[in-house]
Design a protein around this ligand. Sequence first.
Ligand SMILES: C[S@@+](CC[C@H](N)C(=O)[O-])C[C@H]1O[C@@H](n2cnc3c(N)ncnc32)[C@H](O)[C@@H]1O
Length: 246
Amino acid sequence: MNRPARPRIRFDDQLWIVTTDDGSETLFDEQVGDTFHSESGAAAESRSVFLINSGVASRLQSGRATRVLEIGFGTGLNFLLTADLAFQHHASLEYWGCDTRIISPELLRRLDYERWIAHPELKDWLVHWLQSFAMMKTGETRGCDFGSVQFHVHRGDVRDWSPPYGFDAIYFDAFSPRACPELWTTEVFQMLFGTVLPGGTLVTYCCRRAVQDALRAVGFELNKIPGPVGGKREVLVARKPMLLDV
Ligand SMILES: C[S@@+](CC[C@H](N)C(=O)[O-])C[C@H]1O[C@@H](n2cnc3c(N)ncnc32)[C@H](O)[C@@H]1O
């Protein structure tokens, strides 16, 4: 049986704001033909697939300093939920996001993300910084901080970037392999493998065989685990081994 269409409002000539099944909002990009999160629940997907599966939630809940890299920064929802948890547990967080386009402050203001975080001032702070990030050129990286949260954003194609070394977790949140096949490659995964600490994770919502093969080929160990309720049946956790055979 087909689900009824989710409520959506046009934002501009490319983007729609869509209300997902858990009540949280995401975007649909008409040119790409893909949504920014699962329509079964944007906030639920973000918490389950990225924060929890990566081990970032448990690190922050126990007050451990944590470094996260996100490929496909998009709306900033994954960042806001992660920063909110860091705030709640007084943990230090260093977060790096990469995207070819930086969301405008007007669009982030329209999204209802303050409803999903305990510290809504984080959204106001991000909206404030996005006003200057709008001037960023392709290839530029900028940073700012808010209490224990340090945030850096790189504007550009991840294939042309060398992020710093030393992440505890990578949120790999590109558009689907159908919409964006150029990012789900051994070349991109090899570069990301080099940036994650031994024992660190790369998490993603896509469980396709070709994606699993590419992640394994560069050295990750894989676990398929159940996806969020109503969403994907299985999602991926890729871990960099603690000790590499030499
Ligand atoms: C699924 S959305 C990300 C959703 C995001 N994590 C969030 O919480 O809203 C995919 C993002 O990848 C970005 N993207 C597309 N091609 C890219 C590339 N070559 N390098 C970096 N980012 C890219 C898109 O602009 C889009 O914002």
